[in-house]
Design a protein around this ligand. Structure first.
Ligand code: HEM
Ligand code: HEM
Length: 190
């Protein structure tokens, strides 16, 4: 269960793709929610978002324990810096998105949970049916702002990251993408 230069462990590969698919899915659902109100997608978005937070924590723990993967080859300094910067941005944003979401929904009085399992209860306003009273308006507001700003940064970072992965695969023709797909890159490609 150790990452080596030629082959990544199953933990690294599975965590990467689970988090990647979940984050891209949540970004898409979030944008749809933003564009078309009233589709009822918010509870699913929140539930999956909280689950992704747990997965991201496991992933960060795994990175702290096993360190960053070694680059496949020696690349120009600027590429190395760009890759490092993008990876750090991705990790920090994947932490900040669920944290800001929970701040917005929790402190904002709307509440959240995981598929019916309540974590923070909503705080309905008895005087205004259908409305809620924030537990803490400042924290809720900061969470909302953060959720919007960080989602934009995250989308740019993911775009750069995918371009980088494709560049390695198609232009450099190295094993960077194949290694993240679980393949042994010291083995000859057929
Ligand atoms: C884990 C990764 C997450 C991603 C990538 C994500 C992404 C997004 C995006 C792109 C939007 C639309 C932009 C906006 O209006 O802010 C959005 C909206 C929203 N998200 Fe998330 N989200 C995540 C987690 C969460 C969590 C954990 C919660 C709450 C527990 C949450 C609650 C919400 C709510 C309530 C909205 C609607 C905001 C509004 O009314 O304007 N999100 N999310
Ligand atoms: C289609 C989408 C994606 C592709 C093709 C892709 C591809 C890759 C590849 C090839 C690597 C290995 C880089 C190396 O060996 O240095 C990698 C690493 C990484 N990817 Fe992605 N990725 C995608 C989506 C994402 C998303 C959505 C996130 C997070 C939001 C993400 C976060 C990371 C991080 C943090 C690393 C650093 C290594 C690690 O922590 O395991 N990726 N990705």
């Amino acid at each position: 269960m150790q990452d080596t230069w030629e082959k990544f462990s199953g933990v690294t590969v599975w965590l990467h793709w689970l988090v990647a698919v979940a984050i891209i899915g949540l970004l898409a659902v979030g944008l749809i929610m933003d564009e078309f109100r009233g589709l009822g997608l918010t509870p699913i978005h929140k539930s999956i978002g909280v689950l992704v937070f747990l997965l991201v924590l496991v992933r960060v723990g795994w990175r702290l324990k096993s360190g960053w993967p070694e680059p496949v080859s020696t690349y120009p300094k600027i590429e190395q810096i760009l890759a490092k910067l993008t990876h750090w941005t991705l990790v920090i944003c994947t932490l900040l998105m669920p944290i800001s979401g929970m701040m917005m929904s929790g402190a904002g009085g709307r509440g959240f949970g995981i598929f019916g399992l309540q974590i923070v209860a909503a705080n309905p306003d008895p005087a205004n049916p259908g409305k809620v009273i924030p537990y803490n308006e400042t924290i809720g507001g900061v969470g909302h702002e953060m959720h919007e700003i960080v989602s934009t940064v995250l989308m740019i970072a993911i775009g750069l990251h995918i371009v980088g992965a494709l560049k390695h695969h198609m232009l450099d023709k190295d094993g960077t993408l194949r290694r993240m797909l679980g393949q042994n890159i010291s083995a000859p490609t057929s």
